[in-house]
Design a protein. Structure first.
Length: 193
């Protein structure tokens, strides 16, 4: 099932994965593998896509006429390269020009923290330390990306800056929580009854 109703101009319900794919194909034709590789390096910290999402979505986009595919030789095998069609470009531009900006946070560490009263003080403290380290390491990863890219301008550079700032802020927030937890007296976890 594809979520772009071509019979109703002005309405775009592209899936999240579809939006990422169309945007990447606007820059250049790519294989499913290329799309996954680029998302792992660029958008994964704010919009993740798995092979299990990318390949079915590419087939759906192709059936809907939003992308076209061609087989190309690649060593002894063939690879399927996708490119944006004019209809795909219209759908992408319609979405880019839209005003429905969904903000969706899914952070398992925050979910565990939410239920932190159900575990021991030591387990909670370990979670907080793990999250602090994760955000600190992710910030270092963003710095490496920035160094590898060199000077970058435009909106994608702003997304990188946002990522750097967010990782630094998050690492500091978890560090402050760690300090607060170290200053409190451990209490017994709730029994759940």
């Amino acid at each position: 099932m594809y979520r772009y109703d071509m019979s109703m101009p002005g309405t775009s319900t592209l899936s999240a994965t579809g939006r990422v794919i169309l945007g990447l194909l606007k820059w250049e034709p790519r294989t499913g593998y290329d799309i996954k590789r680029v998302t792992d390096y660029s958008t994964r910290f704010f919009w993740r896509a798995s092979y299990g999402q990318i390949y079915p979505e590419l087939r759906s986009l192709e059936r809907a006429g939003l992308v076209a595919a061609r087989d190309e030789p690649y060593g002894r095998r063939r690879r399927r390269v996708y490119e944006l069609t004019p209809a795909g470009e219209r759908a992408l531009l319609e979405w880019l020009g839209g005003t429905d900006d969904v903000y969706d946070v899914r952070d398992e560490g925050l979910l565990r923290l939410f239920f932190g009263e159900l575990v021991s003080h030591e387990e909670l403290l370990e979670l907080v330390r793990r999250r602090r380290r994760w955000f600190s390491d992710a910030g270092q990863h963003f710095l490496q990306i920035a160094e590898e890219l060199g000077p970058v301008e435009g909106p994608s550079a702003e997304v990188l800056r946002f990522g750097l700032d967010l990782m630094a802020w998050s690492a500091a927030w978890w560090a402050e929580l760690e300090t607060r937890l170290l200053e409190t007296t451990p209490s017994l976890p709730h029994s759940g009854s």
